[in-house]
Design a protein around this ligand. Structure first.
Ligand code: UDP
Ligand code: MG
Length: 317
C-alpha cells in the first residue's frame, strides 16, 4: 500500500492570483504522503492571464508537476476529463485550483480508500458563498439527484478521491457531454462519502459564469435522466384533462342551462397557456436533440496544445 502513487487532477482557468498559494500547499501535502513519486496534473483550460507561465515555472522547479495546455477554453468538465486522461497514479484526487477544495484532507480520503472503497466523495458542508447562491445550489443538487437514474449524492461536486480502476472506467466512457460527478456515480464500485467544510476561494474571483453554471446544472438534469420528457407528458395530460372537463361543462351549460360559456379572455388565456406548454415541451425535446447532435458529431472533448513536465505519459482522448 505504501508504494502507492497519488495523482492530483486540477483544472486551471485564469487562476494567477491563487497559484502561488496552491503550489505551496500542494507541495506540503504531497511531501507528507508516503509512497510516490506523486504527481500533479494541471490542465490549463485556455487561461488568458499568467497562469501558463506560472505553471511551467512550477513544473521546472518540481518534477512532480505536469502541465497540459488546451488550445482554448473548453470548460471545467472538459479540463477535468483531460486531467483524468493524463494522470498516471494509483489514486487520483480531483479538485479545484482555487483551494475551495482543501488538499489537506487527502490523508483522510486515502485512509477511506484503504478501507476498500474505490471512490471517496467529499460532501460540501458549510458553504461560504452568498445566500442566494447557496440556496440555488441546495435546490439544484436535490432536483438533479431526484431525477437522476444514477445515485447522485447531494452537495457533492467534483472533489473526490478515485481509485485507478474508477479513473480508467470513467475515461473509457465515450460521451462528449461530460457531467463527471454523474459518470463517477454511474461507474459504481464501492463509494464512500466524507463531510468536509467548503472553504472560501483563496484568491481571485469565480471562473464559473452564471451561464456555465446553468449549463452544468442542465447537463446534470438531462444527461442522466429522461424524467424531463415525462414531465412534459404529465403537463400535457393535465392540460388535456382540463380541456375535457371544460368541454363537458360547455355541453352541460348549452343543453341544460341553455347558454354557452362566453368570453374572449378565457379563450385568450387557454390559447396562450397551451402554446406556452407546447413550446416548453419542444424546448425539453430540443435539449435532448441538441445533446444527440453533440454526441453524433464525435468531436473530441478537448484539444491539447502542449504537455510540459515529466508526465504526460498517457494519451489524450
Ligand atoms: N475552471 C476551468 N474552466 C472554466 C471555468 C473554471 O477550468 O471554464 C476551473 C477553475 O480554474 C477552478 C475550477 O474550475 O479550478 C472551479 O471554478 P471556480 O472556482 O471558479 O467555480 P466555483 O467554485 O465558483 O463554482
Ligand atoms: Mg471555486
Amino acid at each position: 500500500m505504501n508504494a502507492r502513487r497519488v495523482s492530483l487532477a486540477i483544472p486551471v482557468f485564469n487562476e494567477e492570483a491563487v497559484l502561488p498559494e496552491l503550489f505551496q500547499r500542494l507541495t506540503a501535502v504531497l511531501d507528507a504522503i508516503p509512497g510516490g513519486p506523486h504527481e500533479v496534473v494541471f490542465v490549463n483550460d485556455g487561461s488568458r492571464d499568467r497562469s501558463q507561465a506560472m505553471l511551467e515555472e512550477a513544473a521546472a522547479r518540481d518534477p512532480r508537476f505536469v502541465v497540459v495546455k488546451f488550445s482554448r477554453n473548453f470548460g471545467h468538465q472538459a479540463a477535468l476529463s483531460a486531467a483524468l486522461d493524463h494522470v498516471s497514479g494509483d489514486a487520483v484526487l480531483t479538485m479545484d485550483a482555487d483551494l475551495q477544495d482543501t488538499p489537506e484532507v487527502l490523508p483522510d480520503l486515502l485512509a477511506r480508500l484503504d478501507e476498500g472503497y474505490d471512490v471517496v466523495v467529499v460532501r460540501r458542508v458549510e458553504r461560504k458563498e452568498s445566500a442566494w447562491k447557496r440556496s440555488a445550489y441546495h435546490v439544484a443538487y436535490r432536483l438533479i439527484a431526484r431525477m437522476s437514474d444514477v445515485p447522485l449524492g447531494v452537495d457533492a461536486g467534483d472533489f473526490a478521491l478515485l481509485s485507478r480502476r474508477v479513473v480508467d472506467a470513467m475515461s473509457a466512457l465515450p460521451e462528449r457531454e461530460r457531467y463527471l460527478r454523474g459518470l463517477r456515480a454511474w461507474v459504481g464500485f464501492r463509494q464512500a462519502t466524507v463531510d468536509v467544510p467548503r472553504a472560501a476561494r483563496a484568491a481571485g474571483e469565480t471562473k464559473y459564469s452564471l451561464a456555465k453554471l446553468l449549463k452544468l446544472a442542465m447537463d446534470g438534469a438531462f444527461s442522466f435522466s429522461v424524467v424531463p420528457l415525462r414531465i412534459s407528458a404529465a403537463i400535457g395530460f393535465i392540460a388535456f384533462s382540463g380541456a375535457l372537463l371544460f368541454s363537458l361543462y360547455a355541453i352541460y351549460a348549452r343543453v341544460v342551462l341553455g347558454q354557452s360559456p362566453q368570453g374572449f379572455t378565457a379563450l385568450f388565456v387557454a390559447g396562450t397557456f397551451l402554446a406556452g406548454i407546447l413550446l416548453i415541451a419542444l424546448w425539453i425535446i430540443g435539449e435532448y436533440v441538441g445533446r444527440i447532435y453533440a454526441e453524433v458529431k464525435r468531436r473530441p472533448v478537448y484539444v491539447v496544445e502542449s504537455v510540459t513536465g515529466a508526465g504526460g505519459r498517457r494519451g489524450a482522448r
